[in-house]
Ligand binder design. Sequence first.
Ligand SMILES: *Cc1c(COP(=O)(O)O)cnc(C)c1O
Length: 409
Amino acid sequence: MEQYQTFVSHLECGLTGESDYEAGVVHGLSRAGRPLLVRYDLHGIKKSVSRDEVWARPGGFWKWRELLPVTKTENVVHLGEVDTPLLSCPNLANDLSVSGEIIIKDEGRLPTGSFKARGLALAVAMAKEFGIKRLAMPTNGNAGAAMAAYATFAGMETYIFCPDDTPDANVREIALQGGKVWRVNGLINDCGKIVGDGKEEMGWFDVSTLKEPYRIEGKKTMGLELAAQLGWDVPDAIFYPTGGGTGLIGMWKAFDELERLGWIGSKRPKMIAVQATGCAPIVKAFDEGAKHAELWQGAHTFAAGIRVPVAVGDHLILDAVRESNGFAIAIDDERIEDARTEIGTREGILVCPEGAATYAAYKQALYDGRVSKTDRVVLYNCGNGLKYPMQENSKTLDRNLPIDYKAMV
Ligand SMILES: *Cc1c(COP(=O)(O)O)cnc(C)c1O
């Protein structure tokens, strides 16, 4: 079987920069209690492969193998990964009289219907490399679903803890994809405590957001793929629905690696962290100029994926947003729901609430002059809209009565 050549040189603490973390051994958080970042021999990659060669490989995020940490082909887990499409939104652009381009990157097309597939495929593949058999995580739904699916495929056990009001489709799909799942009367950080407290007794490997190093590497492929799809360029701004921030941190890392490889230039998009007004720790920290975010009390929003009161990678999110000249912005639930309806009824694209939040944020930012009408912007639709409750908007018809067809218009 073909061996992947790995270019991982070492890992590094995302806060202190300490770089004495060896590749090829199991890692959790750094000694400072912060996420570890995987570093590569980019010079070696540059000599070994070209960007066009990588991009010409068949669909899906595993094509970026030189920029990923998996070393053995047999550890790669496949459930039908695809490159997710960029959907242009001419009707919305027209409605808003913008001359730039509004693009939705539709991550709902991935296995398990969300971008969590990217991160969890990598976390599971690396756990497989290390011979780990039991995984556990707290989740607002999609991460648990992706972990259950990939881990079941790889022959591992999963223990998954969700807030009790997690969308029903998520809780049920976890169980149907082989996960052991519990509904917990608390928020995701309360679920995280259950994992932390039980991991020794249960022999669990903790796959909580950013508590192992490889989910970032999977989510990084969003940035690699986007740049390639845009002809090795980046958009003017990226609106990203931010919970734990894995994707935002990952994309920022991707652009840096691509530039060092000479595969893109030095232009960077504004990285814009979108949160809900009922749970906006990153927005508060950004506005206050703080390096870290405080725990958000009483978190609430129906956009479950961004109901994350505390993020262990808060400093990495804030650094990326600031270095990119981006910003953080909060949107209330009513406007999120309206944005979902608007995208669906104007473009025919059913997005998830978190994806809708990015469009609401774009409109607000346009109004505030924080982005320009000529900008090409990318909005992340993180999950398949069908997983979430939908408004009822149909009428009924009695087939036994005369039908007034003209009234249907
Ligand atoms: C996980 C998730 C998010 C947040 O993603 P992060 O990269 O962890 O910030 C947003 N929306 C949905 C639907 C999610 O599942």
